[in-house]
Design a binder for this molecule. Sequence first.
Ligand code: NDP
Length: 284
Amino acid sequence: MDRSPIRAGVIGYPVGHSLSPLLHRIWAAREGIEIEYEPVEVAPGYDAFASAARTLAAQGWRGANVTLPHKENALRFALETGHASDTAIEAGAANMLTFGETLYADNSDVEGFAAPLRNLLRPDDRRGRAVLLGAGGAARAIAVALKRLGYERIEIANRSAGRAQALAEAFGGDVVAWEGREAALAGADLLVNATSLGMSGKPALTLPLERLPARAIVCEIVYSPLETALLKEARARGLRTTDGLSMLMGQAVLAYRAWFGATAEADEDLRARLTAALAARGQA
Ligand code: NDP
C-alpha cells in the first residue's frame, strides 16, 4: 500500500502569508492523515501559472488552492485543459484545482462566504437589499453567493466605477458611486466589505454605520487583522457579523474534503489556532 503523503498546496504571489498550510495541517493531524501542503509562489501571468500547474500535476499533487493574482488564470487553464464547475464559470474565477485524469476547477469562495452567512440568517430575515463594497475577484464570488442566498437587489460600490459597472452587468446588480456608499446603507439588509481596505498595510475603510438598520448583517472578508474597524463598529452597534476567518475556513473545508479526508469542520478549536497564528504575526 502506498503510504506516501498526499500532496497539495496553494499557488499565489506572494503566498508566504497564507494561512492555508496551517489550516490543512491542523485538520490532517486530527485525522492522522499524512499530507504535504505547501505554498508555491508563481509570478503573475498566465504562462507562468499554466507551467506551474502542469508541473504540480506531473509531481502527483492531488490539488491546489489558488489565490491572488491567479484565480482567473486557474479558470482559463481548466477550460483549456479540463473542465470547471458552473460556480467557477459564473464567478469568472477558480480558487481550487483538483488534478486527476482530467483537471477540475471550482470556486469554493462562493460557499465559503455563503455558509457562515446562512448560519446567521433567521427565517424572518429579509433578503432584500445587499450593499457590496468592492468589485475585485472576491466580490465576484460574493455576488454569486448573494444571488444564491436569494438577495433581491445587490448594490455595488467600488473605487473604480468601471469595475463596479462590469460586475453589476454580469449579475444584474446596481452601481452606487463610491462616494455614495454611506447613503446606500439606509434601509439595507446586508453590508459586505469585499475590498482590501482595512487589511494591515492598506488604508482603513471609512464608513460610519449609523444609517444601517438594527436588523442588518455586516460581513467582513478581510481577516488580517481579524477584528477590523468595520467589525468593531458593527458589533458595538449590536449588529450581527461574519468575519474573514469564517470565509477562509469555509472555503478550505471544501478543498480538504475533496483531497484529504472527510471530517474537516470550521470549528472553534480551528478558529482559536488560526487566531493565535495571526496574533503571533501581530495581526489578530
Ligand atoms: P482584488 O485585488 O481583486 O480587489 C481588491 C478590491 O479592493 C477592489 O475592489 C479594489 O478597488 C479595492 N481597493 C483596493 N485598494 C483600495 C483603496 N485604497 N480604496 C478603495 N478601494 C480599494 O482582491 P480580492 O477581491 O481577491 O480580495 C479583496 C480582499 O479580500 C483582500 O483583502 C483579500 O485578502 C480578502 N479575501 C479574503 C478571503 C477570505 O477567505 N476571507 C478570500 C478572498 C479574498 P479597485 O477596483 O478600485 O482597485
